[in-house]
Design a binder for this molecule. Structure first.
Ligand code: BMP
Length: 240
C-alpha cells in the first residue's frame, strides 16, 4: 500500500483530474510572495508544488514552513534538495525537510543504497513520507552520463523502497524503460515539460505519472490559463 504521500498524491490527482506539479524556483521573500499567489490562484489545477534550492536557500525555513502549512491540505509539497551525501547526512537533511512540512524529498540515486540512500529511506518510512529518487536528468549532458547508469542506479534505488523516481520528459525512451522495470505503485515524476522542450502530456504518454512544470507557468503572462491548458493536454494524453 502507498504511504501517506502516495495516497495524498493519488487522491489529489483523482480529485483534480490533473498530473501537474508546479516547480517554483523563485528567489527570496519576493519570490515567496509570488509563489504564494501562484499556488493560491492555480491550486485547482495542481497536484503538487516542488520547491527548489533557489526558494529553500533564500528564505527562512520558518517562512517556507508557514507557506506549506497554509496549503498543505490542498497540494503535496516536494523538496527538491537533490540529496547526495553519505547516509547519516542524508538522513539529517531528510529529517529537517520533513519536519518543515514537506511531504516528500528528492534525492540522487548515484550514491547507491548502502551508506547512501539507506538512512534517508529509514527516515522516510518512519515518518510515512515520500522519497523520490532521481535516475537521470532532462539536460542534454545527462545523455552521455546518467542515462548510461540508469539500470545500476535503479537497482540500488529500489532497495530504498521509494515512492517514485525522477526521469526526464525530454527523453521518452528513458521513461519507458524505467516504467517497464518498476511496479505501478512507484510513480515517475518528469521535469523538462514546457521551457525545456517536451510537450505537455508527452511524458505521461511514455509512462510517467506526473509532469513537473516551472517556467512555462510562472513566467507566462497568464499562469492560470497556461496551467489550465497544460492540464487539458495531459487529460488528452492519458485518454489516448
Ligand atoms: P522548468 O519547467 O522551468 O524547466 O523547471 C524544471 C524544474 O525541474 C526545475 O525546478 C529543475 O530544478 C527541475 N529538474 C529539471 O529540470 N531536470 C531534471 O532532470 C531534474 C529536475 O529536478
Amino acid at each position: 500500500m502507498a504511504n501517506y504521500f502516495g495516497r495524498k498524491l493519488q487522491d489529489l490527482a483523482k480529485e483534480r483530474n490533473s498530473r501537474l506539479i508546479l516547480a517554483l524556483d523563485l528567489i527570496g521573500s519576493e519570490g515567496l510572495l509570488t509563489s504564494r499567489k501562484l499556488v493560491k490562484d492555480l491550486r485547482e489545477h495542481l497536484v503538487g508544488v516542488k520547491f527548489g534550492y533557489p526558494t529553500i536557500l533564500s528564505n527562512q525555513a520558518q517562512k517556507v514552513s508557514e507557506f506549506i502549512a497554509e496549503f498543505s491540505d490542498e497540494v503535496c509539497f516536494i523538496a527538491d534538495a537533490k540529496i547526495a551525501d553519505v547516509s547519516h547526512v542524508n538522513a539529517l537533511i531528510g529529517e529537517i525537510l520533513y519536519s518543515n512540512g514537506f511531504d516528500a524529498v528528492i534525492a540522487h540515486g548515484f550514491m547507491g543504497y548502502e551508506g547512501g540512500l539507506d538512512g534517508l529511506s529509514r527516515v522516510a518510512h518512519l515518518k510515512d513520507k515520500g522519497l523520490i529518487v532521481l535516475l537521470s536528468m532532462s539536460n542534454k549532458g545527462a545523455m552521455t552520463m546518467m542515462d548510461n547508469l540508469v539500470d545500476g542506479i535503479l537497482g540500488e534505488a529500489l532497495k530504498a523502497d521509494p515512492s517514485g523516481f525522477v526521469a526526464p520528459a525530454t527523453r521518452p525512451e528513458v521513461i519507458k524503460k524505467i516504467r517497464a522495470e518498476i511496479p505501478p505503485i512507484m510513480k515517475i515524476f518528469s521535469p523538462g515539460v514546457g521551457a525545456q522542450g517536451a510537450p505537455p502530456g508527452s511524458a505521461l504518454s511514455s509512462g510517467a505519472d506526473y509532469e513537473i512544470v516551472g517556467r512555462a507557468i510562472y513566467e507566462s503572462a497568464d499562469p492560470a490559463s497556461s496551467a489550465k491548458s497544460i492540464v487539458r493536454l495531459q487529460r488528452e494524453a492519458i485518454l489516448k
